[in-house]
Design a binder for this molecule. Structure first.
Ligand code: SAJ
Length: 428
C-alpha cells in the first residue's frame, strides 16, 4: 500500500518524533494535538519537550512544508494514535480517555481503504475491543473497509530519533491485510526489521518487554536489601554472578521511575489480577525502594529530624531531564516528611518547580550547611565529582550513594563516612 498523507494524533515524546520522521521521508503529515499551546509553540519554532536532535528535525520538517500542525485531524490515507495512557493514581486503572477521544476525532474523517494504527501503550485487546467499535461508528467495518493495527513504540528516551529508525518494529493487524498495511507504512523509514503479527500479540509484546525489565530490577533491588542484611557488597556480588553465562542481573537503585516501566506492568495486573501476583509484587518492591533508601539515610545520620541533606539528582534516570514518576523525588519527599530539611540539585532541570521541593540551582547552594550529601541519580557529572573538593564545600562528612556512583576509597580518604545502597556498613 502507498501512503501520501498521514495524520499523527498526539505530539508528545513519541508522536512528534514520529510525525517529523515521516515528514522528512516524503510523506505529507498533519500533526494533531488538542493542546493549542503545543500547536502555537511548534508553529513559532519552539519545542515543548526535550530530546536530543528533535528541535532540528521538527524545524526541517515544518520548513519543508511536509509537516503541518493543527488541533484537529483532517482526512488522510493513514492515522497514527500516539496519545498518553496514564494511570489513575489511586486504583491503578488505565486512563484510556485520550485514546477514546483520538479515535472519536478520526471517525468522521475515516474513508474506505484507510489505515489506523494505535501506538499508545494499552491493556491487551484495546485495539479490537475499544478502538475498532469507535471507528466503526463511521459506518465502515474494521478489517474489511479500513485497516486497523497496533504497533508499540520501543524507543529509549534520550535516544528516540536513532532508535525510531534502527529498532525492530512489531506491527499487529486485526487482519493479515491490516498488518501488511502497517508494515508498508513503517517501512517508509524503519531500517530495523518490521515484523507482522496480530494486534493483541503486539499489545502484549510491549507490556511484556517493560514488565520483564521491571521484575528484573525488582530482584536487583531485593538483592540490595539482602546484601545489606548479610554484610556483603551487592554490587560486587552482582558483577560476580553476572560472570555466569546465563545470568544478567540489573542494577539496584532508589526505585523505578519514568512513564513506562513503572506504569506498564499495571496494565497486565489490572487486566488479570488473579493470575499476576508476581508482576504485582515486583511493582510493589520497586515502589517501596525509596522507603528503603530513606531508612539507609536515617541509619547513616542517626536520625533524620532537623538534618540538612543535599540531594543530588531528581530525574528518573541518569543524564535525562525527565522527572516523571521519579523515585529520587519520592525519596526527597519521604525524607522531608521524616523531618529532614532537603535541598535538591538537578542540573538537567534547573527551571523545574515541584510542589514542596526545595530545588536549588547550584551545587554550592545545595551543599552549604549540609550534614550529608545524598547521590540519587548517576548523572555523569555527579559520578565525576572529586571528593577532596566536595569535602571543602560542606560542613558535614556523611555521604550516601544509592547508585554505586562513587569510589568508596576515594570518598573515605577525603574524610567522608560513605554509606552505600546494597553495602552493609551502617548496622540497624
Ligand atoms: N533502572 C534501575 N536499574 C537498572 C535499569 C534501570 O533501577 O538496571 C531504573 C532507571 O533508573 C529508571 C527505570 O529503571 O528509573 C527505567 O529506566 P530504563 O532506562 O530501564 O527505561 P525507560 O523507562 O527509560 O524506557 C523503557 C525502555 N524499555 C525497555 O528497556 C524494555 C524503552 O525501550 C521503552 O520504549 C520505554 O520504556 C517505553 O516507552 O515504554
Amino acid at each position: 500500500m502507498k501512503f501520501q498523507k498521514l495524520s499523527v494524533l498526539g505530539l508528545g515524546y513519541i508522536g512528534l518524533p514520529t510525525a517529523s520522521t515521516f515528514a522528512t521521508h516524503g510523506i505529507e503529515v498533519v500533526g494533531v494535538d488538542i493542546n493549542p499551546h503545543i500547536i502555537e509553540t511548534l508553529q513559532s519554532g519552539g519545542l515543548h519537550i526535550h530530546e536530543p536532535g528533535l528541535r532540528d528535525l521538527v524545524q526541517d520538517a515544518i520548513k519543508s512544508g511536509m509537516l503541518r500542525v493543527a488541533t484537529r485531524p483532517e482526512p488522510a490515507d493513514a492515522f497514527i494514535i500516539a496519545v498518553p495512557t496514564p494511570f489513575y493514581d489511586s486504583d491503578k486503572h488505565a486512563d484510556m480517555r485520550a485514546v477514546i477521544s483520538a479515535a472519536e476525532a478520526i471517525t468522521p474523517h475515516l474513508q474506505k481503504g484507510n489505515l489506523v494504527v494505535l501506538e499508545s501503550t494499552s491493556p491487551p485487546r484495546t485495539t479490537i475491543d475499544l478502538v475498532a467499535p469507535i471507528l466503526e461508528k463511521s459506518g465502515l467495518k474494521a478489517g474489511v473497509d479500513f485497516h486497523l493495527a497496533y504497533s508499540p513504540e520501543r524507543v529509549l528516551p534520550g535516544q528516540i530519533l536513532r532508535e525510531l529508525i534502527e529498532n525492530a518494529r512489531v506491527v499487529g493487524g486485526i487482519t493479515p491485510e491490516s498488518a501488511q498495511a502497517g508494515y508498508d507504512l513503517y517501512k517508509t523509514f524503519v531500517k530495523g526489521e518490521v515484523i507482522k503479527t496480530n494486534a493483541t500479540t503486539a499489545e502484549m509484546v510491549k507490556l511484556m518487554e517493560n514488565t520483564y525489565r521491571d521484575v528484573n530490577i525488582a530482584i536487583a533491588n531485593e538483592f540490595s536489601r539482602l546484601a545489606d542484611k548479610f554484610g556483603i557488597d551487592a554490587w560486587e556480588a552482582i558483577s560476580l554472578a553476572n560472570l555466569h553465562p546465563r545470568v544478567e542481573i540489573l542494577k539496584p537503585g532508589p526505585g523505578v521511575g519514568g512513564h513506562c516501566i513503572s506504569v506498564d506492568p499495571w496494565f497486565l495486573v489490572e487486566a488479570a489480577p488473579e493470575i499476576t501476583p508476581f508482576i504485582r509484587t515486583a511493582r510493589e518492591v520497586n515502589d517501596s525502594q525509596p522507603k528503603f533508601v530513606v531508612d539507609l539515610v536515617e541509619r547513616a545520620l542517626g536520625s533524620l529530624a532537623g538534618k540538612k541533606i543535599a540531594a543530588l539528582g531528581l530525574a528518573y534516570k541518569p543524564n535525562v531531564d525527565d522527572l516523571r514518576e521519579s523515585p529520587a523525588v519520592e525519596v526527597v519527599r519521604l525524607l522531608q516528611s521524616a523531618g529532614a530539611s532537603v535541598k535538591a540539585y538537578e542540573p538537567f532541570a534547573l527551571s523545574a518547580t515541584l510542589p514542596n521541593i526545595n530545588a536549588v540551582s547550584t551545587l554550592e547552594e545545595a551543599l552549604e550547611n549540609a550534614d550529608a550529601i545524598l547521590l540519587l541519580v548517576a548523572h555523569s557529572q555527579f559520578k565525576a565529582f572529586d571528593a577532596q573538593e566536595i569535602v571543602k564545600m560542606m560542613p558535614g562528612h556523611i555521604a550516601i550513594d544509592t547508585v554505586n556512583g562513587w569510589d568508596a576509597e576515594a570518598w573515605e580518604e577525603a574524610g567522608f563516612e560513605l554509606a552505600r545502597l546494597g553495602v552493609s556498613e551502617f548496622k540497624v
